[in-house]
Design a binder for this molecule. Structure first.
Ligand SMILES: [Ca+2]
Ligand SMILES: [Ca+2]
Length: 279
């Protein structure tokens, strides 16, 4: 019996090590809000896949070059941050990076009742720019590590959110990122820069959970589900749960679990036979 437990523990440990740090692809991520305010400002996002502890997502308010050159994808002018999950984060959970009161510094929260700390936010280049209330574009991406000049092959863009009213040809958030649909949100009221936009259709645990990630994604695409404020930016970004009903395991997951149990059982049986034979 002890051997069976040891085998199971080793298998679990191997699985855990493999799962540390989730690699995301275009379509796994969406911003759920941004607020340009030095003190109360910040942004929030959701992923449509579970995130393992240790998963890192980078953010920057630096402009993207429409045509990356040898200097890289970004104009190295504003701030680069990363958020690293301190524990596993379930798909459909809103994660908010909230201003600490110091320009360029944010702390991460998620969950109900104002949220609880769920990760580490690092300011990588020491810059103090933040999300400008006058208009800014925030990008999310994954990369192996922080670099000053990323080449296109070194990063995967995950999302872009903009609260500005116009773009120049040098900083179009769409052209160079390959992002589309709910991965890109552009908000403006008339020709004005927009100070605040937040997905507010599902922001408290009292709201009816979405039935699936697909339902959440559909809701994120509807502008009426967002609160957008031009003149005021004193409302903090919401860190509450985007409640999605607990998923029912897919038949393939059951098959995988049964196969795993059968393998462990088979191993134990063979060991039992060897012990029985006296060798
Ligand atoms: Ca900017
Ligand atoms: Ca900025």
């Amino acid at each position: 019996m002890k051997r069976i437990l040891t085998t199971a523990a080793l298998a679990a440990a191997a699985f855990t090590a493999q799962a540390a740090g989730t690699t995301l692809t275009n379509g796994d991520f969406a911003f759920t809000g941004v607020n340009g305010n030095t003190t109360l400002g910040g942004w929030s996002f959701v992923t449509f896949v579970d995130l393992a502890a240790g998963t890192t997502i980078y953010f920057t308010d630096t402009n993207v070059r429409q045509t990356p050159d040898s200097a890289g994808v970004f104009n190295a002018a504003e701030t680069f941050w990363s958020w690293t999950a301190s524990s596993a984060v379930a798909a459909g959970t809103s994660v908010a990076l909230l201003g600490t009161g110091t320009s360029g510094q944010y702390g991460a929260k998620s969950g109900a009742a104002g949220g609880v700390a769920n990760g580490t936010v690092t300011n990588h280049n020491g810059a103090v720019s933040n999300i400008s209330s006058g208009g800014d574009i925030l990008y999310a991406f994954q990369a192996a590590s922080y670099a000053i000049n990323y080449q296109p092959s070194a990063i995967t863009f995950l999302g872009a959110i903009s609260n500005r009213g116009s773009y120049t040809s040098s900083d179009n958030p769409l052209a160079a990122t390959g992002l589309s649909g709910i991965q890109v949100r552009e908000y403006k009221v008339g020709s004005d820069a927009t100070r605040y936009t937040q997905f507010t259709a599902q922001v408290t645990t009292g709201d009816t959970p979405y039935a699936s990630m697909a339902e959440l994604q559909s809701a994120l695409a509807v502008n009426a589900n967002w609160t957008t404020i031009t003149a005021s930016n004193t409302t903090p970004i919401v860190s509450d749960v985007l409640a999605v009903a607990a998923p029912v395991p897919e038949p393939s997951s059951y098959a995988l679990m049964l196969a795993g149990l059968a393998a462990v059982g088979g191993l134990a049986r063979r060991r039992g036979l060897r012990r029985g034979s006296g060798t």
